[in-house]
Ligand binder design. Structure first.
Ligand code: AMP
Length: 407
């Protein structure tokens, strides 16, 4: 079975074509600057060869048509005809309270995803564009939606409710949804597979640190709390997002700076976080370089704040789970920054976290245990693989659908 996985952002389209026989990826890539000047598609073949195609990609439809063209091209493709693709799996960011698992995309599902655009205005519309493009280009191929919010639908009400008038929850669905669910699911499960332990017996704290960053408390295989909220703004300090903030700050800034809703939203989503604090960059590599090589004070402050926030959440999640057995790092920073992992785990021996600096040093993008062999808590690095989860869910749903139609 061949599954095309699509992750459509507002100006990018990531894709991976899976051969589910051996879970290999014969072709993957990204269309960038969709709808902007200088758009291009970058692909990587199974042999590691990378090719870049310049082209005017005016919208998601053109981008996906381009990608499908490459997939079937004699020179760079890996299939002859588009009908060799059995299904398309989409990352869909917000599935609200309606979806606690992946689903086959029907008109009704699509209408629901559309309804959640209000909550996820930066993401859901782009996801829908991808779904519509596939509908237009290869209408006979079934599509599956895999939601970022689904894994967190097991949160208890006392964890997902905000202490604002209850009527607003009823009226608008204002509550914590949590995001990065597919990643938290994958890394918690994979960590237990590596340790050969039953996830149902484990208290796991998953730490996904990328441009967007979030954590989850995973108890007995279920997410019971997570740091992102109603939108992906809450929680940890991110590349350009503030994370947790006293709501009073927003009205104060709006008043003093005489700015409106859209400007305050841009301020906390795009101009804050590590970029806002350091003034250096939103990119962790550049911030670490500025702190280490130039002793840039604001970069040092930013890093201290960043690590401190993660550490606070570790304490909170250990507390709500009655302890912790496994700590898992993932995401661009979690997988590649030994410095961040060390700073976050420093001083957590009281929780049973005995960090091994030697194992951690220089470790990048590799599955590994980075706690001492005697450590009661296992600290791990598990590179995330959301695309594989999307492909597997898509395959499962399509297989069930085929079985049903045969009956
Ligand atoms: P992601 O959104 O998961 O792709 O993660 C992007 C973040 O990972 C950016 O802040 C990068 O600077 C960071 N990152 C990638 N490689 C490294 C590295 N070697 N050291 C520190 N941060 C890294």
């Amino acid at each position: 079975m061949k599954i095309l996985v699509l992750n459509c952002g507002s100006s990018s389209i990531k894709f991976q074509l899976f051969n589910m026989k051996n879970k290999s990826v014969p072709l993957k890539g990204i269309a960038e600057k969709v709808g902007l000047k200088g758009s291009f598609v970058r692909i990587e073949k199974a042999n590691g060869e990378k090719v870049r195609f310049e082209g005017e990609i005016i919208d998601h439809l053109v981008g996906i048509e381009y990608i499908l063209g490459i997939t079937t091209s004699k020179k760079h493709g890996c299939i002859e005809k588009l009908n060799e693709i059995d299904a398309v799996g989409h990352r869909v960011v917000n599935g609200g309270e309606r979806f606690s698992a992946s689903v086959l995309i029907t008109d009704e599902v699509q209408a629901e995803v559309e309804r959640f655009c209000e909550i996820a205005p930066l993401h859901n519309p782009a996801n829908l564009k991808g779904i519509n493009a596939i509908k237009m280009l290869i209408p006979e191929i079934p599509q599956v939606a895999v939601f970022d919010t689904a894994f967190h639908q097991t949160l208890p009400p006392y964890a997902y409710m905000y202490a604002i008038p209850y009527s607003l929850y009823k009226k608008y669905g204002i509550r914590k949804y949590g995001y990065h669910g597919t990643s938290h699911y994958y890394i918690s499960k994979r960590a237990c597979d590596i340790l050969k332990t039953d996830i149902k017996t484990q208290r796991i704290i998953t730490i996904h640190l990328g441009n967007g960053a979030s954590m989850a408390a995973v108890k007995e295989g279920k997410s019971i709390d997570t740091s992102m909220g109603f939108t992906p703004l809450e929680g940890l300090i991110m590349g350009t997002r503030s994370g947790d903030l006293d709501a009073g700050v927003l009205s104060f800034i709006m008043d003093k700076e005489k700015i409106g809703l859209s400007a305050i939203s841009t301020l906390v989503n795009k101009q804050s976080g590590m970029l806002g604090i350091t003034g250096v960059s939103s990119d962790m590599r550049e911030i670490e370089d500025a702190a280490n090589e130039n002793h840039n004070e604001r970069a040092i402050l930013g890093l201290d704040m960043y690590h401190y926030r993660v550490k606070k959440y570790i304490g909170a999640y250990a507390s709500v789970m009655g302890g912790v057995d496994i700590l898992v790092f993932a995401g661009g920073i979690g997988e590649n920054s030994p410095e961040s992992r060390e700073a976050i785990c420093d001083g957590l021996e009281f929780l049973g976290i005995e960090f091994d600096q030697k194992k951690n040093k220089g470790l990048r993008s590799k599955e590994a245990i980075i706690s001492k062999s005697t450590s009661p808590v296992k600290v791990m690095v598990v590179p995330t693989n959301e695309e594989l989860v999307i492909a597997e869910d898509t395959m499962r749903i399509i297989s069930e659908m085929k079985k049903k139609s045969r009956k």
